[in-house]
Design a protein around this ligand. Sequence first.
Ligand code: KG4
Ligand code: ZN
Length: 333
Amino acid sequence: MSITILGIESSCDDTSAAVLRDGKVLSNCTANQEAHRLYGGVVPEVASRAHQINIIPVVDLAIRQAGIKKEEVDAVAFTRGPGLIGSLIVGVSFAKAYALSLGIPLIEANHMQAHVLAHFAEDPKPPFPFLCLTVSGGHTQIVLARDYLDMEVIGQTLDDAAGEAFDKTGKLLGLDYPAGPIIDRLAQQGQPVFDFPEPQIPGLNFSFSGLKTSILYFLQRHKKEDPDFIRKNMADICASVQARIVRILLNKLSRAAGETGIREVAIAGGVSANSELRAALEKTGRENGWNTYIPKFEYCTDNAAMIAVTGYYKYLKGEFTGQEVAPVARWKV
Ligand code: KG4
Ligand code: ZN
């Protein structure tokens, strides 16, 4: 019997819908919200309203691109959390109504678990157990994945997420939001000539707030001597900050691989789109004898395909959700 899942994602500022048939992605459509650029970050109220406008056209497009009729959908998987509550409410309410109208089951997905399961949207798929560094605008975690639905967070940030470190640095440099992709591009024209300290955090946890402060003081100091310092050194500053963030992430990932003895190592989440992080993972992997896994770009940033994949594995296990389900802003993997 063939299983068709509609996935819906609305945890932050991207409205996304995807169709998955027997584990294969038939469509994955996302509407981005440009409005937040004006404010230098995601404004929850604006995000929620934009989801309301986008959700029906995005789901329609996903169904059409998949070449199916909505009556062929066997279950609706949706992001229950973690995320912005006003954004989640839109996706959750829509998923409930859709499932109710078609008389099909609902499946709740944890957004962070789904980022890890994005690796199963396409080949090559990592074998279990594997380690996954999930790095996004809201989270930085090292996850030990024992099975599709059996995961443990073995390290995480104590303050800012890696994506936040990129975005807040961008704000200090006068760049648009989200600054991660812009810093990535500018860094390619620069050299990491400025040294920022590595935070001394024990174990497998991370901290990025100290880095943010040291960048702020560094810029203030140099701007006092030369008000044009940022403009003249933009590419080198970006390369230096990016190199430090990537080093922090890779050092902890190496430590996790050493402590667990696991040689299957993956990255996921929006920051895994970063070109230096991708290259550094492959280099470190070659040096340490790891098999490394990096999702295709469209499965790195927020997308509904990863929600549909999570829905598929839950469907196989019969893990369904009732109509009384409510979104949750915080939810551990
Ligand atoms: O996973 P995601 O799409 O949304 C969240 O769940 O947060 O991640 C968004 C984050 C933003 O902080 C953005 O700046 C960062 O991913 N990002 C990048 C790159 N592309 C997106 N950071 C560094 N380099 C990139 N190429
Ligand atoms: Zn995400």
